[in-house]
Design a protein around this ligand. Structure first.
Ligand code: 5GP
Ligand code: MN
Length: 343
């Protein structure tokens, strides 16, 4: 896990009285926000000055997390954020493997000369961009790694309810409520300890998943009944939401989260793609079942990446051209996509 650097140096770096900035990726998800919250609450206990920073807005349904109101959204306060980064002794990169995933924050972080520590679970981290790398793909989430990072530094005793709620949120969202990336006993050992620290799993489920607006639920229904294409020959389903579609349902950040998973509930479907028109680009979200790697597909063809079964990318804003391109690419993967999951 600690693939670059040694732990006694890290221990010294976070010892106390440091200016530490915690960053995570563009379009932050539950693992990004949960990991930030957990690390923030941990590093504060070591008497550091800690700032959490993300490039752009994150969904409302993570705003119950302790101290989430302190997360600085770079897009909203660029000057303030730049000043904080300029004074940082140490920057943590949580839940991403390449600095470019910081979007509008990339150049500013790249220009800083302070120490950088990566904690992440994506494939192929940019090891040369960080002084320390705590990384493996063999975990459910970055949040799970945050737990073992704290444990590695001998500080397990500092883990409290606030830290635990952050870690639990990362684990539960990155495993789709324990439905994928969830076959390692250690994930459950850690989860069990989080519950012992006072995490209320039922309450957190409600706060994350049962807080839809009426518009959000209607958008989901519309997306599936009106905007889903099914390509039997490629065992693939696609949902396309245009800017107008999103406007019609008064789209709020987070409203499409989880939507891409629904088509996978069809037995015949092995890959699902959600295409949404945002910021004058097509934002792509890919999910797969079993061995088909959407990470490879996104890296190779769609300016993106992620994990084997969950990846993202982006394309120029031309849906017809995108569909044509995807179909021609899938011709080459036709055999790879033709499988049935069995025990
Ligand atoms: P989502 O589809 O939920 O936005 O993202 C799924 C996974 O792919 C996440 O692990 C996310 O970090 C990663 N991902 C999403 N978009 C991109 C992208 O543009 N580039 C890379 N490298 N990874 C992405
Ligand atoms: Mn993650």
């Amino acid at each position: 896990m600690l693939i670059k650097g040694n732990k006694s140096e890290i221990k010294e770096l976070i010892d106390s009285g440091k200016n530490i900035v915690l960053t995570s990726h563009t379009n932050p998800d539950g693992d990004a926000i949960g990991s930030l919250i957990a690390m923030y609450n941990y590093l504060k206990k070591l008497n550091n000055t800690v700032t959490m920073m993300v490039p752009n807005k994150f969904p409302e349904f993570y705003k119950w997390l302790p101290k989430s109101e302190d997360i600085i959204i770079y897009e909203n306060r660029p000057k303030h954020a730049q000043k904080i980064l300029h004074n940082a002794d140490l920057i943590f990169a949580l839940d991403f493997n390449a600095l470019s995933r910081l979007g509008v924050l990339t150049d500013i972080v790249e220009a800083t000369s302070c120490t950088r520590i990566l904690i992440d679970h994506h494939i192929d981290p940019e090891v040369d961009k960080f002084n320390y790398c705590y990384s493996t793909t063999n975990v459910s989430s970055t949040a799970e790694l945050v737990y073992s990072f704290i444990e590695m530094l001998g500080d397990e005793k500092l883990i409290d309810k606030n830290i635990s709620e952050g870690i639990y949120t990362g684990i539960v969202t990155d495993t789709g409520s324990f439905s994928f990336s969830c076959n390692r006993p250690e994930t459950y050992n850690i989860t069990s300890k989080l519950i012992s620290h006072g995490v209320d799993a039922q309450k957190i489920h409600k706060l994350i998943y049962d807080t839809f607006s009426e518009n959000r639920l209607r958008l989901l229904g519309y997306a599936i009944s009106e905007r889903m294409m099914v390509w039997d020959e490629y065992h693939t389903a696609l949902i396309y939401l245009s800017k107008e579609d999103l406007l019609k349902f008064n789209y709020q950040v987070g409203d499409t989260e989880g939507m891409v998973n629904y088509p996978l509930s069809m037995e015949k479907i092995n890959m699902s793609v959600l295409i949404s028109e945002k910021d004058n680009l097509l934002r792509l979200s890919f999910r797969s079942k079993g061995d088909f790697s959407v990470n490879d597909l996104c890296r190779k063809h769609f300016n993106g990446g992620g994990h084997k079964n969950a990846a993202g990318g982006r394309e120029a804003n031309n849906i017809d051209a995108f569909i044509k391109k995807l179909k021609s690419i899938l011709e080459d993967y036709k055999n790879d996509l033709d499988y049935k999951i069995s025990l």
